[in-house]
Design a protein around this ligand. Structure first.
Ligand code: GTP
Ligand code: MG
Length: 396
């Protein structure tokens, strides 16, 4: 009998010991984690001490199993709610920033280039020196020699006809004249037979891909479905850059192999747009120098192919970096010759650009500046506002 009790107690003790073994083991591990292994004593902030905390808190979690269920539920709730919340916040951010970042308020450099002259002209009578100051101001603002002399010739005639004698009146007359010069149609064309294609062309690094990304976002916000075509097949990274933008704004994305014919990639995108009944194809192209004849011919081919049924080239945007100043005019001439440009996107007007290039492009090339890039963010693309632009240039 006694022997029986002894055997049963021994068996129970062995079971209790086995059951407690994992806990004893982890207690032993925690106790000996650092010093016994000859490692450096962890400081309060060291990753090792974090590791110990993680071990402990994981064990606590496992001990308190029911709470795990609560965590899973709350994660599920989060996942359910997240898209709704972030979509709303995102759209609100886009709206806010478009309202906040008014065109004029971002033209700091353009304004500061002119402001000294404007103050001086405002305090002058109309005489020989005021004309010299005006000429200098317009050149400094990047209006260009030819456009400046055309602006001043006409202003001199107005000053004579209207007998303007004071600086402030002369400035008002100049503003009226410039606003009227810039009063052109800047509509972005989406109505055409077939799938509208907007091509983006320009020299390297001017902001073509970024502009497509920003534009894709604003078109998406307006409810348009967009297909983006990675027509820059020179580098795989170029397609990846565009794909990132497509993901951000929910556009469908079409790419080809590195080195593929850009025309065929863009044509594939048009077919894909037709299948999914999309509103527009935004087609990227590789940056190229305007004096490389074969590359300009390739661009002409891209345009021809994109214009084939079911596609219809509705816009060819020449993207120009405003900080390159008058060089932008040379680019405009060559690209217009090759691909029949319909409008200009002037980027980086937030940087050191003075903005006067707008007059040169519009007066000398007859090309409307339709969009303006005012930063690298997704909402930093705005329609060109000629009235506000002129007011900002001549404010002080
Ligand atoms: N500050 C500023 N930076 C811009 C603007 N637009 C584009 N950028 C920047 O200019 C750089 C070049 O932009 P991309 O869009 O890669 O230019 P790209 O014309 O596609 O260049 P390639 O494909 O190499 O010819 C990037 O760092 C952009 O973030 C703008 O309006 N303002
Ligand atoms: Mg690019």
């Amino acid at each position: 009998m006694t022997t029986g009790i002894f055997i049963v107690s021994s068996v129970v003790l062995v079971f209790v010991f086995l059951a407690a073994l994992p806990r004893i083991n982890s207690w032993w591990l925690n106790r000996n984690l650092v010093p016994d292994q000859g490692l450096v004593e962890p400081s309060a902030e060291s990753p090792l001490s974090e590791e110990r905390e993680i071990v402990v808190s994981l064990e606590e979690l496992v001990d308190e199993e029911p709470e795990l269920g609560e965590i899973v539920v709350s994660l599920e709730e989060l996942v359910d709610q997240e898209p709704q919340a972030s979509d709303d916040v995102f759209e609100q951010q886009v709206e806010d920033s478009v309202n906040k970042k008014s065109f004029g308020s971002r033209l700091a450099k353009a304004k500061s280039a002119m402001s000294g002259y404007v103050t001086s002209i405002r305090n002058s009578e109309v005489n020989e020196s005021i004309w010299e100051q005006l000429e200098e101001a317009l050149i400094v603002a990047d209006v260009g020699v030819a456009a400046t002399s055309s602006v001043l010739d006409r202003l001199k005639k107005t000053a004579e006809d209207e007998q303007i004698t004071k600086g402030p009146e002369l400035l008002e007359a100049l503003k009226v004249q410039m606003k009227s010069d810039l009063d052109v149609d800047r509509t972005l064309e989406l109505n055409c037979e077939g799938i509208p294609v907007w091509l983006f062309v320009g020299v390297n690094g001017v902001g073509k891909t970024t502009t497509i990304g920003k534009l894709g976002q604003s078109l998406a916000v307006q409810g348009h479905s967009v297909v983006m075509a990675a027509g820059d097949t020179f580098r795989a990274a170029a397609a990846e850059q565009l794909e990132t933008w497509a993901d951000r704004c929910g556009a469908h994305f079409v790419r080809g192999q590195e080195g593929a014919d850009p025309s065929s990639v863009i044509f594939d995108a048009i077919i894909s747009a037709e299948k999914r009944d999309a509103d527009v194809v935004l087609a990227d192209t590789a940056g190229r120098l305007q004096n490389k004849v074969n590359l300009m011919e390739e661009l002409a081919k891209v345009r021809r192919v994109a214009d084939r049924n079911p596609g219809s080239v509705a816009e060819v945007f020449l993207v120009i970096d405003a900080t390159t100043g008058q060089n932008g005019l040379t680019q405009a001439r060559e690209f217009a010759r090759a691909v029949d440009v319909t409008g200009v996107v002037l980027t980086k007007l937030d940087g050191s650009a003075k903005g006067g290039i707008v007059f040169a492009i519009e007066k000398e090339m007859g090309l409307p500046v339709k969009l303006v890039g005012l930063g690298e963010g997704i909402d930093d693309l705005v329609p060109f506002e000629s009235e506000e632009f002129v007011e900002t240039l001549f404010s002080n």
